[in-house]
Ligand binder design. Sequence first.
Ligand code: PNS
Length: 162
Amino acid sequence: MANALVPGSFDPVTNGHMDIIRRASGLFDTVHVLVASNNAKNTLFTAEERVEMLRRLCADMNDVVVNSFEGLLVNYAQQNNITVIVKGLRFVSDFEYELQMALANHRLNSAVETVFLPTGVEYSDLSSSIVKEIARLGGAVEGLVPDIVQQRLVAKFAARTR
Ligand code: PNS
């Protein structure tokens, strides 16, 4: 088997992300969940907050470690003996972006392969952006994110409107 990396912004982690992490944990020796920086995004939660939430949510999975990293995924992979990057795919539109990333990562380090897992059908419409928009406007995000994330979202937006 191999060690795998599940990278993302996780701003915040959704039930769809947790589904991918849990399934990856059954497929690989060790799974590193990596809060990585995406230049295109301004985040609601700090990297520390996102790591802390993920660590709590992954605490029952012994083969999962959670870290954050500034820099190229392939460098983190090389430093941690990781040969597989796992990405969840929802729509065809995800595929175009994800394929480009997979090709870039492979160009940077051909020893690292990207494996795509189809998102569970019950989560296929979920994204962190949609969840944030619903929470920001006072809608219910129950069932879309884990309970602790729901509480953090409510607290975050309440603090912002104070
Ligand atoms: O959840 P996201 O925002 O779709 O995740 C994107 C992420 C963070 C995985 C991506 O932006 C990323 O890989 N960032 C680290 C920098 C890097 O290695 N980029 C790939 C080569 S260009």
